[in-house]
Design a protein around this ligand. Structure first.
Ligand SMILES: Nc1ncnc2c1ncn2[C@@H]1O[C@H](COP(=O)(O)OP(=O)(O)OP(=O)(O)O)[C@@H](O)[C@H]1O
Length: 698
């Protein structure tokens, strides 16, 4: 059989190497912590750790656990190991420190262990936050292995709707959002002695709010240690914000990563990815490939192309095994990227920026970076969120490069030119200045932050977006006229879901339909319910229309899907035949169980009603902001603004075009779409929010 040939439509992608030192650290060095890793030192240190206790680091407790020994050597090979004593000394001297170290140097997995082994945890928990759940879970698993314990005992993780920690847990990896939620019930974060805020450069909304909240907690508890970590942050800016705290640099990376740029700009990045992956597969040494793309659609496209090409390849090259990872993929499927593939084949992980920071995927030697990311932006005036592809920042590109070189030397193929790299923003625009802040503002109010406008933000959000968030939660009844949290607002903040969903759930009690709303809310919170193979989109649409569609719209269609799933006891064949994603449904069941538990704790009576009016009225009580009216020209206008919008192509209402619809969200892709829509009566809106509609509908 002939080897795969690149056709003229698939011209080879030419790359050139970056000159040495092309990726500078870019930050001013204040405290240098040098690392060396010499075999002699290592052997001596292994002996030393096994037999004695370091005066600074009482390494005994974790290193001696059965199973932990086999990781001792690899842990000691990490650049951070040589720096540990100096780091701990500096940390012991200052309430807050910033640790900057190359990707893969060992910050996330090691520093929390050193702190614990040195007894600096003082019997309380150590938290290490991550912006993404996949990172929190995978890093906790790794640290559990290194310390020879089961996940959930000494080491655990807490992410939304999944908490593996126990009374024994001393090292807790968690998403930034979960630590923020804990601050609502425990404003002094009194269970923790040390908090590590990892990947601070990502500037997620939750991490940014944590910065201010934790600064506030340190005023009440000066003994609380805070460590800000990243490979690529603007250290000077962070240091100034944290009262001129010291910046510690861990030098060195374990393995080199060669960076290659394309000579020419690439017109079609999907094609360039396809060609580059095949070039690597046919020309380079064994090793898995990690590709950064913008979203599910790209990933499915490239995945299908590569699968197809793999079938046609000369068998001497071995198969390509494609593993996707993106946010809407259920967590268990995301975790498949970490699994090994059959011997002789090569794994190609197709990822969004979800795999950009913190994680180590075994076997990755090559990174292919399109230089693009889909980023959310929120327009507070239109209340519309858009998700558009845009160039990454230099910091993001470096993080992507850093996913290689973790277990062996690597190569990063940047599908853009070096000149273009130089024009990229050096850091990522913080989410707080481009996102919907409603949930964050409600949480901050629940934490007792009354004056949101004057909160100590690292970067201040715009006044319009703060005002829009405050207006929304005020209209929902969560704030009183003086801006204080009401009893309803306090109840809403107990639920880790958007304020509109929380209000819907609480209103459902009065309407006797909490069972149904619990289901709908859980379905809306889960990643895509339908597993839609690339070439079967139309077929799925038809099957959904026929079997589950409700005349009232998408929310009630979701309810029908859930009921049918339960009736069929989640049967595998039934799910497959109906394109239902089993893993997503499992997530729905878990989420539903946890929300039901929170309802019980909040004394919300869980009753069932078959009255679809009541279910839709409950939705209106939370989503009256999201109502759109059909216009004579066949388009819709949301009542909160006059933008021209359309029902989403996947809505069951798209052929029906009812006069008034409520929608879950307004998204902008190629145009403005109403996603997840339901038919409503206009008088319900006026009943649910008389003040708002007295002003809005004229
Ligand atoms: N799951 C894993 N399997 C194999 N090796 C791992 C795993 N997790 C971590 N490592 C090893 O530990 C090293 C340090 O990882 P760690 O996440 O602590 O680094 P880091 O400095 O926090 O990196 P980053 O800035 O990229 O988050 C990796 O480079 C890798 O060699």
């Amino acid at each position: 059989m002939l080897g795969f040939q690149l056709t003229s439509a698939h011209a080879p992608v030419a790359h050139k190497a970056a000159p040495a030192g092309a990726v500078p650290n870019g930050v001013h060095k204040r405290t240098k912590v040098r690392s060396k890793s010499k075999k002699r030192d290592k052997d001596r240190a292994v002996k030393f750790i096994a037999e004695t206790q370091d005066a600074m680091i009482q390494t005994g407790p974790t290193y001696k656990l059965p199973g932990a020994e086999k990781y001792i050597k690899s842990r000691m090979d990490l650049p951070i190991y040589q720096a540990r004593v100096k780091l701990l000394l500096e940390i012991s001297k200052a309430p807050t420190v910033i640790v900057v170290g190359e990707t893969g140097s060992g910050k996330t997995t090691q520093l929390s262990q050193y702190i614990r082994d040195a007894g600096m945890d003082k019997g309380k928990m150590i938290a290490c936050t991550q912006p993404r759940r996949v990172a929190a879970v995978s890093v906790a698993n790794r640290v559990a292995l290194e310390t020879g314990c089961k996940i959930g005992s000494k080491v655990g993780y807490t992410v939304r709707f999944d908490d593996t920690t126990s009374r024994d847990t001393a090292l807790k990896y968690m998403t930034d959002g979960m630590l923020l939620r804990e601050a609502i019930s425990d404003p002094k974060l009194s269970r923790y002695s040390v908090i590590l805020l990892d990947e601070a450069h990502e500037r997620t909304l939750m991490t940014d709010i944590l910065f201010g909240v934790i600064k506030g907690v340190q005023k009440l508890r000066p003994e609380l240690k805070v460590i800000i970590m990243s490979a690529t942050l603007d250290a000077a800016k962070f240091s100034t914000y944290f009262d001129d705290c010291p910046v510690l640099y861990v030098q060195g990376r374990q393995y080199p990563v060669e960076i290659l740029y394309t000579i020419e700009p690439q017109q079609d990045y999907v094609d360039s990815v396809f060609v580059t992956v095949l070039q690597i597969h046919q020309d380079e040494k064994p090793g898995d490939i990690l590709v950064f793309l913008t979203g599910q659609e790209d990933i499915e496209n490239v995945g299908a192309l590569l699968q197809d090409a793999s079938e046609k390849l000369d068998p001497k090259f071995g198969k390509l095994v494609v593993r996707p990872i993106f946010a809407a993929l259920p967590p268990e499927q995301q975790m498949k990227v970490f699994e090994p593939v059959p011997k002789g084949s090569r794994k190609v992980v197709l990822a969004t920026n979800i795999a950009e920071t913190s994680i180590t995927i075994n076997g990755i030697r090559y990174v292919v970076d399109t230089g693009l990311v889909k980023a959310k932006t929120f327009n507070p005036n239109l209340s519309v969120e858009s998700l558009m592809a845009q160039p990454v920042s230099q910091a993001q590109a470096r993080q992507r490069t850093g996913r290689a070189g973790r277990e062996a030397p690597g190569v990063c193929y940047r599908l853009f030119s070096e000149d273009l790299f130089r024009t990229l923003d050096s850091t990522t625009t913080p989410e707080i200045v481009r996102c919907n802040l409603a949930s964050a503002v409600l949480n901050m109010k629940a934490m007792g932050v009354d004056d949101i406008i004057h909160f100590d933000f690292l970067d201040k959000p715009t006044t319009e977006s703060l005002r829009a968030a405050l207006m929304l939660i005020f209209s929902l009844g969560a704030l009183d006229a003086s801006g204080k949290l009401t009893t309803l607002g306090r109840r809403m903040a107990r639920f880790p879901i958007e304020p509109q969903l929380a209000k819907t759930l609480i209103s459902a009690e009065r309407l006797g339909c909490v069972e149904e709303i619990l289901t709908i809310v859980s379905m809306l919170s889960a990643p895509s319910i339908f597993f839609i193979p690339f070439n079967k989109r139309e077929e799925v649409d038809l099957s959904v229309m026929k079997e589950f569609a409700s005349l009232y719209g998408d929310h009630l269609t979701y309810l029908n899907v859930y009921k049918a799933y339960r009736q069929n006891k989640g049967n595998k064949t039934w799910c497959k035949d109906h394109f239902i994603n089993m893993k997503s449904m499992k997530t729905v069941l878990d989420t539903r169980g946890q929300l039901a538990e929170l309802c019980r704790k909040s004394n919300i009576e869980i009753r069932s009603s078959s009255d679809t009016d009541n279910i839709r009225k409950a939705l209106v009580s939370g989503f009256f902001y999201n109502i759109a009216v059909l216009q004579d020209d066949g388009t819709y206008h949301p009542v909160s603004n006059r933008t021209e919008v359309a029902l989403h192509p996947q809505s069951v209402l798209k052929g029906q075009k009812p006069k008034y619809v409520l929608y879950h969200e307004l998204v902008k892709t190629k145009r403005y779409y109403l996603r997840v829509a339901t038919v409503i009566e206009p008088e319900w809106a006026a009943e649910a929010a008389p003040t708002y509609f007295a002003r809005t509908i004229t």
